[in-house]
Design a binder for this molecule. Structure first.
Ligand SMILES: NC(=O)c1ccc[n+]([C@@H]2O[C@H](COP(=O)([O-])OP(=O)(O)OC[C@H]3O[C@@H](n4cnc5c(N)ncnc54)[C@H](O)[C@@H]3O)[C@@H](O)[C@H]2O)c1
Length: 259
């Protein structure tokens, strides 16, 4: 897809986070104009770094759970060719540890915010007759792995993606999502503080025997955004080192084979 995105504007939400920073650098290196959005003001430092590296970039500090904040940010970004709904947060590990306020917070940041950003870009994409939206869902959107409010939001993101694909295909707009497995980013910091070995322990659940690298998520998003995926819309693609292929831990126990 080299060069395809040169001069095109890509909005990346959650840009200050682990995967977000990778996405900004990855697409910046492809020649795209990066519009980085995050509720953390670290996004402004990131934009300065990107600019020093020769990337055309601008940033907005905005909380996507606020429709006004989203509208203000998108006004400043101008024409958007690709929207990557990447912002996400997970703070409530079980139903028991979730109260109604926490549930609403997780749904607001992980699902309603992505909807608000999608709603903000669709009219201009319709007017141009082209556009692409890639949302970062999660394997949690497919099965119960804890973090129930987060997971419900991620399942909702898959449903939203399919609805956009169906309604807006006629305008040349494609919508897809990626479903990462475990990726080492700051989203894991609070669990690593509880148990520094947590990511190592998780590796045995993954057929590839390891967790996912942020760049591997970026590469699948890049494919979905490129002309190579011109017939792909409404797809939900796991980027999960094989986790959702089956239950490898149970399969080993069932077969009594060591694989
Ligand atoms: N890291 C993983 O293991 C993993 C696995 C599956 C899916 N994901 C998804 O990948 C995406 C990126 O996560 P990450 O791992 O880089 O985490 P991260 O915590 O490093 O980054 C998330 C970023 O989103 C921003 N954000 C959260 N809520 C926001 C809001 N309401 N408005 C604006 N910005 C907001 C945060 O400030 C942060 O910079 C998320 O959607 C996450 O759910 C991550």
């Amino acid at each position: 897809m080299s060069g395809q995105l040169a001069g095109q504007t890509i909005v990346i939400t959650g840009a200050a986070g682990g995967i977000g920073q990778w996405l900004c650098r990855f697409f910046g290196a492809e020649g795209a104009t990066i519009a980085a959005l995050d509720r953390s003001d670290k996004v402004l430092e990131l934009v300065e770094t990107l600019k020093r590296d020769g990337v055309v970039a601008n940033g907005a500090v905005a909380d996507i759970s606020s429709r006004d904040a989203v509208a203000g940010a998108f006004d400043s970004f101008g024409d958007v060719h690709l929207l990557i709904n990447n912002a996400g947060v997970s703070r409530h590990p079980t139903i028991a540890a979730t109260d109604p306020e926490g549930w609403n917070e997780d749904i607001a940041s992980n699902l309603n915010g992505a909807y608000a950003c999608t709603h903000a870009v669709l009219p201009q994409m319709v007017a141009r007759g082209a556009g692409s939206i890639v949302s970062v869902s999660s394997i949690n959107g497919l099965m119960a792995l804890g973090d129930p409010a987060y997971s419900a939001a991620k399942a909702g993101l898959i449903a939203m993606t399919r609805a956009v694909a169906m309604e807006y295909g006629r305008y040349g707009i494609r919508a897809n999502c990626v479903l990462p497995g475990t990726v080492r980013t700051p989203i894991w910091d609070h669990r690593l503080a509880k148990d520094p070995d947590v990511l190592k322990m998780l590796e045995r659940w993954y057929p590839l025997g390891r967790i996912v690298e942020p760049e591997e998520v970026a590469r699948v998003i890049a494919f979905l955004a490129s002309d190579a995926a011109s017939a792909v819309t409404g797809a939900a693609i796991p980027v999960d080192c094989g986790l959702t292929a089956g239950n490898i831990v149970m399969a080993r126990e069932l077969t009594l084979e060591d694989f």
